[in-house]
Design a protein around this ligand. Structure first.
Ligand code: 4NP
Length: 146
């Protein structure tokens, strides 16, 4: 079983959707999501993202935002960031001697360095979900090969 933490900025748009998309494909994996920021801690995913996700069979309603913490490095096998800024903010909290990989979600579709654009700002929730679902397929296929 793989244990994976998905991380974005607010934990109300991209990372909860990524968590749900991978859970839909691999319900047996240990999955969670978090944000590098604290603004939305305790809140459900953003309404427009929930609506767009619902339309493709992804239920985000039970997820609640939490902030990424240094302890997450030890709790998960892999940390999957939505963009380079998230990855930098995560790395800044890495405890000494901990080697848990931090990767970008788009690495799994061969688009190294490409961000998952933040729909909170772009308002393109469907485009974001298209990319998230492609990355979820790539991640599941890649880990299944390992
Ligand atoms: P997310 O989107 O990182 O995909 O959850 C955001 C949601 C809210 C904010 C930033 C990003 N915010 O600044 O409130």
């Amino acid at each position: 079983m793989s244990s994976i933490l998905f991380v974005c900025l607010g934990n109300i748009c991209r990372s909860p959707a990524a968590e749900a998309a991978v859970r839909q494909r691999r319900p047996d994996w240990d999955l969670d999501s978090a944000g590098t920021g604290s603004w939305h801690v305790g809140k459900a995913p953003y309404g427009p993202m929930q609506d767009a996700a619902n339309a493709r069979g992804l239920d985000l309603s039970k997820l609640r935002a939490r902030q990424f913490a240094p302890e997450d490095f030890a709790r998960f096998e892999v940390i999957v960031a939505m963009d380079e800024q998230n990855a930098e903010d995560i790395e800044a909290l890495r405890p000494d001697g901990v080697h848990t990989p931090v990767v970008l979600f788009t690495d799994h579709i061969g688009e190294d360095g490409m961000p998952v654009p933040d729909p909170y700002y772009t308002r393109d929730f469907d485009g974001c979900l298209d990319l998230i679902e492609a990355c979820a397929d790539g991640l599941v296929a890649g880990l299944a090969r390992d």
